[in-house]
Design a protein around this ligand. Structure first.
Ligand code: FES
Length: 213
């Protein structure tokens, strides 16, 4: 564990950390984009509080870009993955380092039980809450030989205790986090509109049924 985890005094509970992540815009690296998007969609406070579905205009997300929106008080990570990132997700050297590469643990709807853990390969939709103690994993999409970890292929790095996930939210072996990042219920209303909080026709999934969030 890092020095973050070894400080003296009462340790925050997992719920404390999750609440902190959900409530603190400052803790979210791309916070600047959250509020314009939410505001542009203009859902009422009542709608957000009730957890009603929210719509995202995907045409505004460039290749390689992530946006973060809040749904039911939790950060939803939405990424437009590049062709190179999709190729990396299938690389044997990456897959062999993952704890649950085939998403056998119930952390996603059935329609996301595939190698890209999503409806459309190019778009990742993940709950941005580390399955260790609830911090927000940082978006580090670019390969790097040293940072944030050696031979980094691109993915998410949790700054709290060093858990690593790939760009499909699949957790690495040998890190504190035990499970893949959850995938929320969502569907595409049309080619450019993503709706979080509704399943595709003929499917059923509730985020509350995941093993851990
Ligand atoms: S909260 Fe501990 S590694 Fe993410």
């Amino acid at each position: 564990m890092s020095s973050h985890a070894s400080s003296t005094g009462p340790q925050p509970t997992r719920r404390d950390l999750i609440s902190l992540v959900a409530l603190s815009g400052a803790a979210i690296g791309t916070a600047a984009i959250i509020w314009p998007l939410i505001d542009s969609m203009n859902p009422s406070a009542d709608v957000l509080a009730a957890g009603a579905p929210i719509d995202i205009d995907m045409s505004k997300i460039a290749a390689g870009q992530q946006i973060v929106v809040l749904w039911r008080g939790a950060p939803m990570l939405i990424v437009n993955r590049t062709p190179a990132a999709l190729k990396t997700l299938q690389t044997p050297s990456l897959v062999s380092n993952l704890s649950d590469p085939n998403s056998t643990v119930r952390q996603q709807p059935q329609y996301a039980e595939n190698w890209h853990r999503s409806v459309k390969p190019e778009y990742a939709v993940l709950v941005g809450i580390c399955t260790h103690l609830g911090c927000l994993p940082g978006y580090q999409p670019n390969p790097n030989p040293t940072t944030p970890a050696p031979n980094w292929p691109g993915g998410y790095f949790c700054p709290c205790h060093g858990s690593k996930y790939d760009l499909a939210g699949r957790v690495y072996k040998g890190v504190p986090a035990p499970y893949n990042l959850p995938v929320p219920p969502y569907r595409f209303v049309d080619d450019k509109t993503l709706r979080i909080g509704e399943n595709p026709t003929g499917t059923a999934f509730e985020l509350s049924t995941v093993v851990q969030m």
